[in-house]
Write a protein that binds this ligand. Structure first.
Ligand SMILES: [Zn+2]
Length: 471
């Protein structure tokens, strides 16, 4: 039997990362187990794996983002009982993110099921409960960067830092095959951008025979020459000092929120931050910040250097973290200029929707978008300049200013991805499989890679299987 790889998610799209590797001896290793995100797909794609979870021997997790980890509890619920290998920081982050995902599903379904019952349809069950989430952790086994672990007689696993999220990894598997040879497979997971303020740059890795590579920014380049801290401070001063208003920032709870806090903290230390309160209003952000503080082994050298002068990162005089709902509600009555950072980043869910609703009707306030937002999300509609938006079923005119800083991204652009792959001898790679990209990004990136001398660049569709030959 030959080894093969089959694609069950992030195939021709950006979410639901799941790739199933079968070794010559028939062992099955699942790379990532992500949730398909997006309104339409949510209910169907996540209820059918396309393979039998009980037959999977191991799961290797590249990082904690829900589109890579969010179906693990469902996999376990459907019979998977093998080990789950992940970086210790990934395991810590999964601890809060998977529970959060279970709660979001439960709350979302309350509304969906009300409508379904009204229409005479059967109510939907959540994909998993908080109890299902808790069952996953006994299966998780931590693997540090650069640790070489023999997970099976024929399978060796190692991780390198992918620089995309705390604990994010590129996954390297060496599979023993006939004649004492090995098949070397690398899965990039998501590749981070270079020069992140907190995380290290993506790390070079050993030569592989087969490469599964993400393609999110396969057709895009990040803008250059942006000084994020300077731009952020300008918006803060314009809103909170000149207009005496509130600055509302929708941000992802993990990484983007801490990045903004860090920039504000540096400004505060330099005496550049106006004397205003900064609220981080999201229980997930509060918990994520605690985890990020703990995993200093993932920080880049300049951030560690910075911490010599400011040993408690993500904490300064005017910064207040809010977990409780009642405290969050009190912010509506807080009438002084301030900054409110809250989740979600696309303003589609979470407390940020309330903050936007409460502050959108006053021109002295500003809503600042700092990350990607799909065009149909509330954040996307604000970003493109809609003059009226619907929040909680109510049409509301947009009187607040809306600004965006296009600097924040957790993904490498295509030039950075090419740079990342410079550690490889192209002619030694038998095939490149491009995953995790919108169709246009995948096609453009394929063309770029072929132009650079890579051959056999494939864009697998859902369910496609490829044989992995001996080197
Ligand atoms: Zn990711």
């Amino acid at each position: 039997m030959n080894a093969n790889i089959q694609f069950f998610g992030a195939a021709g799209m950006v979410t639901g990362s799941k790739h199933l590797l079968t070794t010559p001896k028939g062992k099955k290793i699942l790379l990532d187990c992500g949730l398909v995100q997006g309104k339409k797909e949510k209910n169907d794609a996540n209820r059918h794996f396309g393979f039998n979870p009980a037959e999977v021997d191991y799961l290797v997790l590249s990082h904690a983002h829900i589109d890579h980890s969010g179906l693990i509890p469902r996999l376990v619920k459907e019979g998977f009982n093998g080990l789950i290998f992940a970086h210790p920081a990934t395991i810590s982050l999964c601890g809060i993110m998977l529970l959060d995902s279970a709660r979001i599903q439960r709350d979302d379904l309350k509304y969906v099921n009300k409508r379904r019952i009204r229409r005479g349809e059967t109510p939907l069950e959540p994909l998993y409960s908080e109890e299902d989430v808790n069952k996953c952790f006994s299966l998780m086994q931590p693997v540090e960067y650069d640790e070489v672990l023999k997970i099976d007689k024929e399978i060796t696993l190692s991780f390198t830092d992918a620089g995309h999220l705390l604990g994010s990894c590129a996954v390297h598997l060496d599979i023993a095959a006939d004649k004492g040879k090995k098949i070397k497979i690398t899965f990039t997971g998501d590749i981070g951008k270079y020069n992140d303020p907190i995380l290290r740059d993506p790390e070079p890795f050993r030569q592989c025979d087969y490469l599964i590579c993400e393609s999110t920014y396969g057709n895009r380049l990040h803008p250059t020459g942006i000084d994020a801290q300077k731009e952020l401070l300008e918006v803060v001063k314009h809103t909170c000092v000149t207009k005496k208003g509130k600055l509302i920032i929708p941000a992802f709870s993990v990484d983007r929120t801490q990045e903004i806090i860090y920039l504000l903290e540096k400004a505060e230390n330099a005496g550049d931050l106006p004397n205003i309160k900064v609220f981080v209003d999201s229980p997930l952000s509060v918990n994520a910040t605690r985890i990020i503080e703990k995993h200093q082994e993932c920080y880049r050298a300049d951030f560690i250097e910075y911490m010599k002068h400011d040993p408690i990162p993500f904490c300064f005089k005017n910064l207040k973290y809010i977990s409780e709902v009642e405290e969050s509600k009190l912010l509506n009555e807080f009438n002084e200029p301030c900054i409110i950072i809250s989740a979600s980043g696309m303003a589609e869910a979470g407390r940020i929707k309330h903050h936007i609703k409460n502050n959108i009707n006053d021109a002295k306030n500003t809503i600042l978008m700092v990350g990607y937002a799909t065009p149909e999300s509330l954040g996307g509609r604000l970003k493109r300049g809609d003059k009226e938006v619907v929040i909680f079923g109510e049409k509301i005119p947009v009187l607040a200013e809306v600004k965006s800083i296009d600097y924040y991204s957790a993904h490498a652009d295509y030039n950075e991805m090419l740079h990342y792959l410079e550690c490889q001898k192209k002619n030694k790679i038998k095939s490149v499989f491009l995953v995790h990209g919108e169709p246009e990004a995948l096609l453009t990136y394929k063309g770029i890679l072929i132009g650079k001398g890579y051959s056999n660049v494939e864009i697998p569709a859902f369910g496609d299987a490829f044989e992995l030959k001996l080197p």
